[in-house]
Design a protein around this ligand. Structure first.
Ligand code: SF4
Length: 287
């Protein structure tokens, strides 16, 4: 799918990219618009649950190497101590909560993957709360994010094992950035600029989970991802363009993924997973 055609079609038909995503899914013929929308509503409800379950009370993973931080951060930001504005601090809480829920084997929506599942919900739900947006707008934003994910998956990869963490948390940040822009009435072109900027900010990020568990550094990378998405969306909404277009940015990500050694693609053979502390933590888990 050529993103320029998507922009052209959306502009000609006066629809946003979320509505375009729904139209192409309906055209596939497997589900009606109502059935697809119902699925998205169910996903949004799971996202709401996972983005608060570890923030309201401490939740720890089975390995015990991660957990408790969504609650800790939520307490801190609710007291007004955060360096960030309310929207961003709320998004950090939600990203941590979903990522910790995933690490604790709770129910999440993989978007695009379980490891990066905190980024899109945090962005959409935090914007929804801040700007008091109705559910149908949140659903359309989620559909917009799915279109970005689909294009990346077709051109490059959304798997850390194939493309490094840039393919997981970078793709999620791009999906979230486009969704945020749409929620703020950004044009389809602005949504794709935001997605391109978010990808550019994550290029080269390696996949190096400690002990092979999607916990360290994955949980905190969800925070990096949503802050990246918010900043990318804000820049695009301000009229800042990405000089490297979206499709070339995705191709660059794909090429970088191919150049990465396998030690940095989910094998836990390099990066943070190969540190002294990681070895000690892994030893503790396996003993
Ligand atoms: S480090 Fe690897 S496993 Fe963890 S979120 Fe990134 S891509 Fe996924």
């Amino acid at each position: 799918m050529d993103y320029k055609d998507v922009i052209k079609y959306c502009n000609n038909n006066k629809i946003n990219i979320g509505q375009y995503a729904l139209q192409i899914e309906v055209k596939r013929g497997d589900f009606t618009a109502e059935q697809i929308t119902d699925k998205f509503i169910k996903m949004l409800n799971v996202m709401k649950q996972s983005s608060s379950s570890a923030a309201d009370k401490p939740l720890y993973s089975v390995s015990k190497i991660s957990g408790g931080n969504a609650y800790k951060y939520n307490q801190y930001q609710q007291k007004g101590g955060s360096l960030l504005g309310k929207l961003a601090a709320n998004a950090v809480t939600k990203a941590l909560s979903t990522a910790e829920t995933n690490a604790a084997m709770g129910k999440i929506v993989a978007c695009p993957t379980a490891g990066s599942s905190g980024i899109v919900p945090a962005a959409i739900l935090a914007c929804g709360e801040t700007f008091d947006l109705k559910q149908d707008l949140l659903i359309e934003a989620l559909m917009a994010s799915s279109l970005i994910g689909k294009i990346i998956a077709e051109t490059a990869s959304i798997s850390g094992a194939e493309g490094g963490c840039q393919a997981e948390s970078g793709s999620a940040a791009a999906m979230a950035a486009a969704a945020i822009c749409q929620l703020r009435d950004g044009s389809p072109e602005v949504c794709f600029y935001a997605a391109a900027i978010a990808i550019k900010n994550s290029l080269g990020l390696v996949c190096d989970p400690v002990g092979g568990y999607v916990e360290i550094p994955c949980v905190k990378r969800n925070v990096g991802g949503v802050i990246n998405a918010l900043a990318a969306a804000d820049m695009a909404l301000a009229g800042i363009i990405s000089y490297i277009p979206f499709d070339e940015t995705v191709t660059a990500m794909s090429n970088i993924g191919k150049m990465l050694p396998s030690a940095l693609k989910e094998t836990s053979g390099g990066g943070l997973a190969a540190t002294k502390t990681a070895a000690a933590l892994s030893g503790k888990i396996f003993n």
